[in-house]
Design a protein around this ligand. Structure first.
Ligand code: NAD
Length: 298
């Protein structure tokens, strides 16, 4: 199945990036959100993203004008999806909100419409029954700053049809993603299945006083050739996100190392507003973090 008309539901951090990226690649895109006021805020992000596309992708003014012409905005769900071949859902990461959204969407979307969720931590099978079309439902997971970090993880739930999976996989390629097929449900997809344990192991080494932050990063960088180590990555992800993930794990497991890690993140970083790249300081100081010094790896 070839998609032409795409509706992106939720115009927040990720939703708007998905809408922009999709329009940039020539699809007709409708941006849907809960009211016109929120949609006005989304429209205001156009210029910010256009500048990022100019700087990072060398996008031309003509391409950006064409992108703008492909984007329309609608706060009426039935109207927003009436011609949709594909709805990409990027509403808040809250099961209740998502279920409520799918129940409403199922009532108004045409029978042909395929649904894809961009949820980072919730599994598509949690929502499949509410879509009214489990075979036409799949996960399509993007990373923040999708034009640069262009992974498109396409993940089946047990009821996803092969046709839906393949169509969304092709679509991901058509909008400039490196499309990554995931055949079975996996919390965290591939990227977070790899990243979360790495970052957690780095925090464990540090709070158990095995080694200091720079040594842990340096080891990883020298040994694997990676341009950044786990604490450098944590600064990009944001200390608050790391705190939230570790807090959930600490509450669930009562693991003393996790509890120590959570306390360390709170008292030494969050309470001091050292939240990572976003606030100019986290484990390193920005814009020139020590791990980029030419002597760091010596
Ligand atoms: P966000 O809070 O920035 O945006 C959510 C948007 O959804 C808001 O504009 C909100 O008004 C809107 N919304 C709320 N209720 C709605 C409803 N019933 N119908 C339509 N829109 C509704 O959230 P986000 O960071 O963009 O995350 C959205 C989804 O994308 C989540 O599932 C998240 O896991 C996933 N995701 C986020 C990131 C990230 O880095 N932020 C990365 C990958 C995936």
């Amino acid at each position: 199945m070839k998609f032409n008309n795409v509706t992106v539901a939720g115009s927040g951090v990720l939703g708007y990036q998905i809408a922009f990226q999709t329009a940039f690649h020539g699809f007709n895109v409708t941006v849907y959100d809960i009211n016109d006021e929120v949609l006005e805020k989304a429209k205001a992000k156009f210029d910010i993203l256009a500048n990022a596309f100019k700087t990072d992708l060398k996008a031309t003014d003509e391409q950006l004008a064409a992108t703008k012409a492909k984007l329309i905005y609608n706060a009426d769900l039935a109207e927003a999806v009436k011609d949709a071949d594909l709805v990409i859902e990027a509403v808040p990461e809250n099961p209740k909100i998502k279920i409520d959204f799918y129940e409403k969407l199922a009532k108004v979307a045409p029978a042909k419409t395929v649904f894809a969720t961009n949820s980072s931590t919730l599994l598509p099978s949690q929502f499949a029954e509410y879509t009214g079309r489990p075979a036409q439902f799949v996960a399509l997971h993007f990373a923040n700053e999708i034009w640069k970090h262009n992974t498109g993880e396409v993940m089946k739930h047990p009821g996803t049809s092969e046709e839906t999976f393949q169509s969304v996989f092709e679509f991901a390629k058509e909008i400039g993603m490196v499309a990554l097929p995931i055949y079975k449900e996996q919390p965290g997809y591939i990227v977070n299945s790899l990243l979360v344990p790495l970052l957690s192991a780095a925090l464990n080494l540090y709070v158990n006083e095995i080694a200091d932050i720079e040594t842990i990063d340096k080891t990883w960088m020298v040994a694997t050739g990676a341009p950044v180590g786990p604490f450098g990555i944590l600064d990009v992800v944001g200390v608050t996100t790391a705190y939230n993930i570790n807090k959930m794990a600490a509450d669930a497991t009562h693991d003393p190392t996790k509890i120590k890690a959570v306390e360390m993140l709170k008292t030494q970083y969050i309470d001091k507003n050292k939240l990572g790249v976003a606030t100019g300081e986290g484990f390193y100081k920005y814009p020139n973090p020590a791990y980029q010094d030419k002597d760091f790896l010596k």
